[in-house]
Ligand binder design. Structure first.
Ligand code: SAH
Length: 255
């Protein structure tokens, strides 16, 4: 018995992996929760498939349904938004499924962090500027471990991608400024990346809260912060060593 956990990608139905789509098309039972999973994608299920929204169910209820259907010999696919590995709450499902000796196969998806970077045309790792991306969230009702507070992470001056933080921008800005980030640090916010109503808000730390309010962005947004998000970065002189004439690597001899 095996449950498939499939990453649906950020929204656009053609941004799921071929493997993920095939599983949805073959499934006898499709479960999905999120308002961030496209209905169009779920329509790819067979007409005879049982399609269940899990929003109103609690964990045990959902896992019970999965178990029952699997015991009937059915193919069961659970669809998650973006990639299941970040803020997917999959481990609590997996724990209960493992107890019932059910195998799990996870199919990755395009996370909203990468869909958002694509939407704004950014490379998140600019040579000589930053080689690190931190995926995190601001602390709201869900606690964040002490050593991972934004103020501590900001010390690295890397690119920072914030999930689940659109209502917490005031706090975000205060923490970043307190950690020494400059007011004019570029911030790109992508609301509903790859959806028809996608919206891009380019701002700075200083203006972030105001610009988010002015654009009515309060949810379903990815916040990308750091100088890699500078809209004019391509005019600056950052170059990867990989393509540098003087740099030798396995496939190309230096000149
Ligand atoms: N597993 C998902 C994240 C789920 S948590 C992923 O990999 O993308 C939900 C948060 O993800 C939202 O609050 C928002 O910050 C972000 N998010 C998900 N889909 C998004 C989209 N299409 N555009 C922008 N942000 C999105």
């Amino acid at each position: 018995m095996k449950l498939y956990i499939v990453g649906a990608g950020p929204g656009a139905p053609d941004l799921i992996t071929v493997r993920g789509l095939k599983l949805i098309q073959e499934a006898d039972v499709v479960l999905y929760a999120d308002s961030l999973v496209s209905e169009e994608l779920i329509k790819e299920a067979k007409p005879s498939a049982e399609v269940l929204k899990t929003a109103g169910m609690h964990l045990e209820e959902m896992v019970q349904i999965m178990k029952e259907r699997l015991l009937e010999g059915k193919k069961v696919v659970r669809v998650h938004t973006g990639d299941p590995a970040v803020y997917g709450a999959i481990m609590e499902q997996i724990a209960l499924l493992k107890e019932a000796e059910i195998d799990i196969e996870i199919v990755p998806g395009v996370s909203s962090v990468f869909a958002s970077a694509a939407a704004v045309g950014a490379e998140l790792t600019i040579p000589d500027l930053t080689q690190t991306v931190i995926l995190t969230r601001a602390e709201g009702r869900t606690p964040v471990p002490e050593r991972e507070k934004l103020r501590a992470l900001a010390e690295h001056h890397s690119t920072i991608a914030l999930f689940l933080s659109a209502t917490l921008t005031k706090k975000v800005v205060n923490e970043m400024l307190a950690a020494g980030w400059s007011k004019d640090t570029p911030v790109a916010v992508v609301y509903k990346a790859t959806w028809p109503d996608e919206k891009i808000v380019r701002s700075t730390l200083e203006n972030l809260d105001e610009d988010m309010k002015a654009n009515g962005v309060r949810k379903q947004a990815m916040i990308l912060m750091g100088w890699a998000l500078d809209e004019n970065i391509h005019q600056k002189d950052y170059r990867s060593k990989l393509y540098d004439k003087g740099f030798t690597h396995g496939f190309r001899k230096g000149v």
